[in-house]
Ligand binder design. Structure first.
Ligand code: AMP
Ligand code: ZN
Length: 114
């Protein structure tokens, strides 16, 4: 998508601090971190939301996203653990309409979310 900031980052057109990259997935440091470690794991191909990816039926990509997010969470959170978040749509608090998994670590997380 031409006007999507995360497509531009995923395709290298906009700079970001890349934590991981493979042929289908990229992970970047969040520019406005909400925890000592805050990484965004996203597909390189544009999907607006996780529901769009589910509709597309690409189970391999869905699995890959969660695998990479879990790997990053383990690396960053260690024995203390981590949190994965996928904000979806307006009520879900999504502000960038390109599917991404937040990986938050480095402090205790509260519940419920706001
Ligand atoms: P969400 O509100 O769930 O859609 O999350 C969007 C996240 O993207 C927020 O945590 C932002 O801080 C982050 N973000 C927005 N623009 C950039 C950027 N250019 N580079 C890195 N992170 C970004
Ligand atoms: Zn996009």
């Amino acid at each position: 998508m031409d006007d999507c900031i995360f497509c531009k980052i995923a395709n290298g057109g906009v700079p970001a601090k890349v934590a991981y990259r493979d042929e289908r997935v990229v992970a970047i440091e969040d520019v406005n971190p909400r925890a000592p470690s805050h990484v965004l794991v996203m597909p390189i191909r544009h999907y607006g939301t996780i529901a769009d990816l589910a509709d597309a039926g690409d189970a391999a990509l869905m699995t890959r996203l969660i695998e990479i997010a879990t790997r990053v969470g383990r690396e960053r959170g260690g024995k203390h653990g981590f949190r994965l978040v996928v904000n979806t749509g307006p009520y879900g608090g999504q502000t960038v309409d390109h599917l991404h998994v937040h990986v938050l670590a480095g402090r205790p997380m509260s519940w419920p979310p706001g």
